[in-house]
Design a protein around this ligand. Sequence first.
Ligand SMILES: NC(=O)c1ccc[n+]([C@@H]2O[C@H](COP(=O)([O-])OP(=O)(O)OC[C@H]3O[C@@H](n4cnc5c(N)ncnc54)[C@H](OP(=O)(O)O)[C@@H]3O)[C@@H](O)[C@H]2O)c1
Length: 254
Amino acid sequence: MSLPSRISLEGRVAIVTGSSRGIGRTIAKELALRGAAVVVNYHKSATAADEVVTEIRSAGGLAQALQADVSDFKAAQGLIKFAIDTFEGLDILVNNAGITRDKLIMMMTEEDWDVVQATNLKSTFNCSKPAVRYMMRKRYGRIINITSVAGQMGNPGQTNYSASKAGQIGFTKALAREIGSRKITVNAIAAGYVETDIWAGVPEEAREAILSMIPLERKGETQEIADAVAFLASEQASYITGQVIGIDGGMTMM
Ligand SMILES: NC(=O)c1ccc[n+]([C@@H]2O[C@H](COP(=O)([O-])OP(=O)(O)OC[C@H]3O[C@@H](n4cnc5c(N)ncnc54)[C@H](OP(=O)(O)O)[C@@H]3O)[C@@H](O)[C@H]2O)c1
């Protein structure tokens, strides 16, 4: 499935954090297909990130990979600077990088808590702050945060993850109010169950329990998230800000 061709990102510059694998990988490819020059950010998967860049270039697009741990403020600043220096601008920031460290609270360590907040939530601040600095001057920008139904409904075994994802939603709304006057939109996508590496180790029982809550009776595809990101990143979405778009097969219906 692909969006109508009139959704064009020609001439735009995008960063997708954590786009070596999973949802971010498909988002990076979709934005590039629509004409954006894309910075493919990764943390550990250098080979996978290089593959994404090669695929984009083979399809005639523009892309560069950059290693940066977005939980680190300085590294995130470097990522934003890299995009601006390499592609002479920045229009679209997709805060997608994320991890889980699932445990019941009695087993959860302080480190399990801290690393999830840093990777999922602090990263959103770390990348948005320097991006907004540039976008405010340009009076244009699109920030799209990839959050989760877990941040809306809560999930047992995921107090750390659910809190980080709920935090991204509050961040999205506050920032949208702060910078709307500069024509920068800030939205979140609350994804449901999309089969990626993040699900490795989740027991079959838990997967079935989640599937049974989905009215459309199936998992989502990474492409279904990427299509929505491409739309929110486009000119056509200029009157949408501060919203949380659920792409979850109807699991939440907020
Ligand atoms: N899959 C789902 O069902 C689902 C549902 C709701 C929300 N989400 C959200 O969607 C986003 C993507 O998840 P996914 O399912 O695609 O997971 P994934 O397949 O495990 O991919 C995670 C990506 O994040 C990157 N990453 C992790 N830590 C990073 C760091 N410190 N700095 C930079 N990049 C980092 C990884 O890069 P490296 O491999 O290079 O380390 C990888 O590219 C996450 O925010 C997740 O919470 C997923």
